[in-house]
Design a protein around this ligand. Structure first.
Ligand code: FMN
Length: 202
């Protein structure tokens, strides 16, 4: 029996990403997001415009997408309810967000120099994707404060032990354990449940 509901959120489960960007003074910001999907060598992220990250992406047009693995949920959770924006928006103040200019330190992550973009990578994350902003689109209802931002991945760094032993430019999907945000809670993925014929042609 299906019931009609009015869900407050529709977060059906996507990987968590820690996005690093540069603030105007050259310091680094790091923010957890989970609205993301991938196509070819690009991806689309969804963000609220009252964030330091969107301000930084608009100005610098560069970022690093750092993907934590499932065993890093506690690290990500340290960044929850924080913002790198000193002018806290009203709705975040009501939700008890705090201003945190030192996000890497707060999370207990170390900065690592990127190769093609200025924002640093988060060393402890097994995946680092250096990216350029390629477009921004208003998202949702006319009065929403949401945008989707298209990013082109220009360099990919993978923890070596996650690579396929036969194909050196392939990630072994049995080894990569993403951290998934499913209706605002943290989950891992289980074991592979069925071979996919699509995998045979890539
Ligand atoms: C696990 C997790 C996932 C999140 N996903 C998103 C998201 O996809 N888009 C978004 O705008 N905010 C998301 N947030 C909230 C942002 O992290 C929050 O708005 C934060 O203040 C942004 O930081 P900044 O202001 O320093 O950029 C998420 C938070 C957590 C903890």
């Amino acid at each position: 029996m299906h019931k009609t509901i009015q869900p407050k959120i529709l977060y059906f489960g996507t990987p968590v990403v820690l996005i690093s960007t540069l603030n105007e003074d050259g310091s680094a910001n790091l923010a957890p997001i989970s609205c993301i999907w991938w196509l070819g060598q690009s991806c689309m992220i969804g963000m609220g415009t009252h964030s330091q990250t969107v301000e930084n992406l608009r100005r610098e047009e560069q970022c690093v997408l750092n993907l934590p693995s499932a065993n890093m949920a506690d690290v990500v959770d340290r960044l929850a309810l924080t913002t790198g924006s000193s002018s806290m928006p009203e709705y975040k103040a009501r939700m008890n967000f705090t201003y945190e200019p030192n996000k890497f330190e707060r999370a207990g992550l170390n900065k690592m120099k990127s190769e093609l973009v200025a924002p640093p990578r988060a060393r402890e994350c097994p995946v680092h994707l250096e990216a350029l902003v390629r477009g921004e689109h208003h998202f949702g209802s006319e009065d929403s404060q949401l945008v989707s931002i298209e990013l082109e991945i220009i360099r990919t760094h993978m923890e070596e032990k996650l690579l396929s032993s036969e194909k050196r430019h392939h990630v072994d999907s049995d080894k990569w354990k993403p951290l998934i945000m499913n209706f605002c809670e943290f989950y891992g993925t289980g074991e592979k449940i069925h071979h996919s014929r699509l995998a045979d042609v890539f």
